[in-house]
Design a protein around this ligand. Structure first.
Ligand code: GDP
Length: 361
C-alpha cells in the first residue's frame, strides 16, 4: 500500500507527532493478526459519512479507509553524503510515495534547535538541499548509461532531454515537485529515475498555541511552500488529545477553537496527495470505506474487495451518498425513485459512491 514518509530535522517534534499518530492505529482493531513495523503508523481516514451510514443500515461495525505513515530517522546536513543515518535515511525515503516534512516553528529555549535558531525557511532549505543533492547524484549516476543508450537508439532523445531538464531544475535548488507544479517539467517524463523530490510534498509546521491562532503568520508560512500543502499543528497538543476519550477530545478541540485535529487534517491531505479516493459499502454486517486510486473503473474497484469480483465483474449498482441519505437508506425507496444506477465496466468511480457489485463466480 502507499505510504507517506515523515522527515524533518532532529528536535522538531517528529516523534511526538508520530507517536500521537500511532495511538490512532487502526490496524490492531481491524486486522488483529497483521504485523506492523514499529516505524509504521496506519491511521484511519476521518470520514463523517461512515457513522451516518452505520446508523441508517443499523450496524455498529465501521471500517474506515487508512493512511500509512512511516517515521524516517532525522535528517541532518550532509545526509546526502552519508552523514548521520544518511544512506539508510535516503533508502527509506525512496520507498515512500509522498513526503511529509515536519518543520519546527515553536519557540522553546529548553529544546535545542540543531541549527541554533528557529527558522522554518532555513530548515526547509536544509532538508530539501539534501534531497536535491541525492537526486542529482542519482542523475549523475544514470547519465553515462543513458548517453550510451541514446547512441544505441534504446531511448528517445526526448527522454535524455527530460533528464537534463530535471538536472537543471535540481541545480537551481528547486525540487522536481515544485518545478512540476509550475509547469516546467512533467513528472511522468522522469518517472523511471524515481527521484525523491518528484514525490508530492506536504509541510507540517509544528507551532505553538498562539502561533496556531496567528492567521498572518500561517498565511506567510503557507505561501512559502505553496502550491505544496501546509498543515499547522501543535504536536504536543495533538499528543495530549490522543490521551482523551472522544467526548473530552472534542471538548478540548472546541476550547482551542479548532474544528478538527491536526492529525485528522494530515490524514485527509495525505490520502489526497497519494492520489487516493474512497467508495463505500453499507450493509448490516458493516459500513466500510474502500480505498482506490482516483480514476479507477468499477471492475478495478471491485477487485479491491475480492480479486474474484474483478474477474467475474458483471455490473455495479451505484447510489451516491447524498441520495442514500435522502432516502434514509431504504433501497426500496432508492429504486422506486430511480436513483439506483447500473454501471458497467467502463464506469469511473466517484468519491463517495455507495456500491454493490454483481459478479459471476
Ligand atoms: P524529533 O527529534 O523531531 O522526533 O522531536 P521530538 O518529538 O522528540 O521533540 C523534541 C522536543 O520538543 C521534545 O522535548 C518535545 O516534547 C518537544 N516538542 C515537540 N513538539 C512540541 C510542540 O509542539 N511544542 C513544544 N513546546 N514542544 C514540543
Amino acid at each position: 500500500s502507499l505510504t507517506i514518509g515523515i522527515v524533518g530535522l532532529p528536535n522538531v517534534g517528529k516523534s511526538t507527532m508520530f507517536n500521537a499518530l500511532t495511538r490512532n492505529n487502526v490496524l490492531a482493531e481491524n486486522y488483529p493478526f497483521a504485523t506492523i513495523e514499529p516505524n509504521t503508523g496506519i491511521v484511519p481516514l476521518p470520514d463523517d459519512r461512515l457513522p451516518v451510514l452505520a446508523k441508517l443500515v443499523n450496524t455498529s461495525k465501521i471500517v474506515p479507509a487508512t493512511v500509512t505513515f512511516v517515521d524516517i530517522a532525522g535528517i541532518v546536513k550532509g545526509a546526502s553524503e552519508g552523514e548521520g543515518l544518511g544512506n539508510k535515511f535516503l533508502a527509506n525515503i525512496r520507498e515512500a510515495d509522498a513526503i511529509c516534512e515536519v518543520v519546527r516553528a515553536f519557540e522553546n529555549d529548553d529544546i535545542v534547535h540543531v541549527n541554533g535558531k528557529v527558522d522554518p525557511a532555513d530548515d526547509i532549505e536544509t532538508i530539501n538541499t539534501e534531497l536535491i543533492l541525492a537526486d542529482l547524484q542519482t542523475i549523475e549516476n544514470a547519465l553515462p548509461k543513458l548517453e550510451k543508450d541514446l547512441r544505441g537508439k534504446k531511448i528517445e532523445p526526448s527522454y535524455l532531454a527530460a533528464v537534463q531538464k530535471a538536472k537543471e531544475i535540481l541545480e537551481s535548488g528547486r525540487t522536481i515537485d515544485e518545478a512540476a507544479s509550475a509547469g516546467e517539467i512533467d513528472k511522468a517524463d522522469v518517472y523511471d529515475l524515481h527521484l525523491m523530490t518528484a514525490k508530492p510534498f506536504i509541510y507540517v509546521f509544528n507551532v505553538d498555541d498562539d502561533e496556531l491562532s496567528n492567521d498572518e503568520l500561517k498565511a506567510k508560512l503557507a505561501a512559502s511552500v505553496a502550491p505544496a500543502k501546509a498543515i499547522f499543528l501543535n504536536a504536543q497538543f495533538e499528543a495530549d488529545l490522543t490521551e482523551l476519550d472522544e467526548a473530552d477530545a472534542r471538548e478540548m478541540l472546541a476550547d482551542a477553537g479548532l474544528e478538527e485535529s491536526g492529525l485528522d487534517q494530515l490524514a485527509r491531505v495525505g490520502f489526497d496527495i497519494l492520489g487516493l479516493q474512497t467508495f463505500l459499502t453499507a450493509g448490516e454486517k458493516e459500513v466500510r470505506a474502500w480505498q482506490i486510486h482516483k480514476g479507477w473503473t468499477a471492475p478495478q474497484a471491485a477487485g479491491v474487495i475480492h480479486t474474484d469480483f474483478e474477474k467475474g465483474f458483471i455490473k455495479a449498482n451505484v447510489v451516491s451518498y447524498d441520495e442514500f441519505v435522502a432516502a434514509e437508506g431504504s433501497m426500496a425507496k432508492i429504486k422506486e425513485e430511480g436513483k439506483l444506477r447500473t454501471e458497467g465496466r467502463d464506469y469511473v468511480m466517484a468519491d463517495g459512491d455507495i456500491v454493490e457489485f454483481m459478479f459471476n463466480v
